[in-house]
Design a protein around this ligand. Structure first.
Ligand code: 5GP
Ligand code: ZN
Length: 116
């Protein structure tokens, strides 16, 4: 738990979130500013800054985050139409919250992968 980390505070229940999936090690909740009809953030409960750091520090947990993404996609009915999973890392990607999170996006055609 990092007291100044927004997503650690959501894990701790200090900040409300609409939780859609939870395991012993992961939490998934709806993005506060959704960019698609389905926009869910999937995080490990333990604090890791980004996907590079968690992949090095705890690859098993990184796999559990991916498994949770798949479970969320299934529960939201996304696999048939297709969907996108995004990890932003650092400045060029516009990462705003430095607690690793996967964006699970779907529910409509998502357009080009990267804006021109
Ligand atoms: P990033 O840009 O770091 O990849 O994504 C951060 C995401 O967190 C953004 O899509 C933003 O809308 C979302 N977000 C920021 N603050 C909150 C919050 O308090 N609650 C929820 N549910 N999402 C948040
Ligand atoms: Zn955190």
């Amino acid at each position: 738990m990092t007291s100044d980390c927004l997503f650690c505070r959501i894990v701790a229940g200090e900040i409300p979130a609409t939780v859609v999936h939870e395991t012993d090690t992961t939490l998934a909740f709806r993005d506060i500013a959704p960019k698609a009809p389905v926009h869910v953030l999937v995080i490990p409960k333990a604090h890791h800054t980004d996907v590079v750091e968690i992949a090095k520090a705890d690859p098993g947990l990184a796999g559990q985050v991916l498994a949770a993404c798949a479970a969320v996609a299934e529960a939201e009915g996304l696999p048939e139409g297709g969907f996108r999973v995004i990890f932003n890392v650092g400045r060029n990607a516009g990462q705003e919250v430095f607690h690793v999170h996967a964006h699970v996006l779907g529910g409509r055609p998502l357009g080009p992968m990267v804006m021109a």
